[in-house]
Ligand binder design. Structure first.
Ligand SMILES: Cc1cc2nc3c(=O)[nH]c(=O)nc-3n(C[C@H](O)[C@H](O)[C@H](O)COP(=O)(O)OP(=O)(O)OC[C@H]3O[C@@H](n4cnc5c(N)ncnc54)[C@H](O)[C@@H]3O)c2cc1C
Length: 473
């Protein structure tokens, strides 16, 4: 278990930067999750003196834990849209120290009510022709994805304009993933598997922007993971920051923020002044630190989860990734919106030798659920029944459960995994977010980057870095 950087080869910096040079500022970043650490490295690259304040350990939702003597990386399991990671490294002038490898089985086998569907659909599968037809609209969009995820959304920018036009063509002008899938008239099993991917990013297909329906097509051939596990991403971000003088203060909880004076107070009373602050926290958490009223902690559009990490006595007889979608997305959506338990929820199962991770999607109501909770037990039984492995979790030598209350402790107050979701018409990459809410305060992270996964937050860090650069910072 360690948040320490391991030895990664950090290449020399580029001697030439495409951005203007600036006076060095003292910048305080609140939150040492992936977003805060990514922006810290970018700002360090410009010569700023950056300090990251982290209440717990660096990494946020991504962290290494030991369960039954086995090391697990909690949180994100799939590394997608590697072009965003490459753009991030290019801005730092670094070669890629992550040995990213395709995950066997891609997005995994989707156990839909209409039968199992592996994504990508293999050549000899009866759904192959339908899959190829489904891929077509995404093909012209794929080259623009990097731009959409890493460029400030401004129609005055010709590159962005081209990319948004490609997005508009691929999505056919449909607003939601549900509307897009219906219009394509996909076979029911494939349609169900595709809809699941909106949910995989925290939103029911009826609430997700239509781009989400294209995600399986856009990522199916590049579902990756570092050879050393996802924890290698954290090590790399820490090392890239350290090489640029970034100070990461773990165990330093910010308890008050004065944004006008760029001053923050740490638990214990220490007051720190900077020239600028960046919040890499959930916006509701930031509002509380600024002394502003915080709206209901329950996120109604998106989800939290119960993650179970099990150390098994031997390798699980399962594919690397299995996906169990809810039987009916409408029922699921109604339950989540009411803060109630969906009768059958989205379950993601990752098997890696004797390591088993089961992620059960749950309403974002900050509840503290144990593995013995009747809903959790029922969902685990459904997983075991569907995958033909009865009693698998009960056989575990050791088990760690991370419930919504865990994600609420340092993230969105309801434990929303991807932060509070925006309505479909404000989600996706086409809308400017609140990157710069006050003159001396900027924002990155899940809360201001719709979609919320690693590509969105890395891309968001690149956007904020560029906007700051344009303001002479
Ligand atoms: C179970 C699970 C599965 C996921 N799967 C995937 C996946 O397969 N692929 C993918 O791309 N993404 C996935 N994600 C999403 C991904 O993990 C997140 O998008 C990402 O980690 C969010 O990073 P962040 O820095 O924005 O937020 P966080 O990780 O929440 O970081 C915020 C940090 O701020 C700190 N903090 C909070 N309050 C304070 C304070 N007052 N003072 C100081 N520090 C504070 C917290 O301790 C935390 O470290 C998954 C997430 C979960 C939970």
């Amino acid at each position: 278990m360690s948040g320490q950087p391991s030895a990664v080869s950090v290449q020399p910096r580029l001697s030439h930067s495409p951005l203007p040079t600036h006076h060095s500022r003292s910048i305080g970043i609140l939150g040492g999750g992936l977003a805060g650490l990514a922006l810290a490295a970018l700002l360090g690259q410009r010569g700023h003196a950056v300090t990251v304040y982290e209440r717990d350990r660096a990494g946020g939702k991504l962290r290494r834990v030991t369960v039954g003597g086995l090391v697990f990386d909690t949180g994100p399991g799939l590394f997608t849209f590697p072009e965003v990671w490459r753009a991030f490294l290019a801005r730092l002038g670094e070669a890629d120290p992550l040995d990213l490898r395709p995950l066997p089985g891609g997005l995994g086998v989707h156990h839909t009510p209409f039968g199992p569907v592996p994504l990508p659909v293999p050549l000899d599968h009866p759904l192959r022709a339908a899959w190829e037809a489904y891929l077509r609209p995404a093909q012209a969009l794929a080259p623009h994805l990097g731009t959409l995820l890493t460029t400030p959304p401004r129609l005055g920018d010709p590159t962005f304009r081209q990319a948004s036009a490609a997005l508009f063509r691929a999505t056919g002008g449909y607003l939601t993933a549900e509307a897009w899938v219906r219009a394509r008239r996909l076979p029911p099993a494939l349609a169900h598997a595709v809809r699941t991917h909106a949910l995989n990013a925290g939103l029911a297909p009826q609430d997700a922007p239509s781009l989400y329906a294209l995600v399986p097509a856009l990522v199916a051939d590049s579902v990756l993971r570092p050879a050393q596990g996802m924890g290698a991403l954290l090590d790399t971000l820490l090392a890239l920051g350290a090489a640029r003088g970034v100070q990461v203060r773990e165990g330093s909880e910010v308890v008050r923020v004065d944004a006008e004076a760029a001053r923050l107070t740490l638990k214990g009373g220490e007051v720190r002044r900077h020239d600028l602050l960046v919040s890499a926290l959930d916006p509701a958490r930031l509002a509380a630190l600024l002394g502003r009223p915080v709206r209901s902690p329950v996120a109604r559009r998106t989800v939290s989860g119960v993650a179970l990490y099990a150390a098994l006595p031997g390798p699980a007889p399962l594919p690397v990734t299995s996906v169990l979608p809810p039987a009916d997305f409408g029922t699921f959506r109604r339950a989540v919106r009411a803060g109630a338990w969906p009768p059958d929820t989205l379950a993601l199962v990752h098997a890696d030798g004797p390591r088993l991770a089961v992620l059960l999607t749950a309403p974002a109501t900050a509840q503290d659920l144990s593995p013995e909770h009747p809903w959790v037990r029922a969902q685990v039984q459904r997983v075991e029944r569907t995958l033909g492995v009865p009693g698998l979790l009960a056989s575990a030598r050791d088990l760690l459960a991370l419930p919504p209350s865990h994600y609420a402790a340092g993230g969105h107050p309801g434990g929303a995994i991807y932060g509070a979701a925006l309505p479909a018409w404000r989600g996706g990459p086409l809308h400017p977010q609140r990157y710069h809410p006050q003159p001396k305060l900027w924002q990155v992270g899940t809360g201001v980057h719709p979609g919320g996964g690693i590509p969105a937050i890395l891309g968001g860090a690149l956007i904020v870095d560029r906007l700051m650069g344009e303001r002479g910072l």
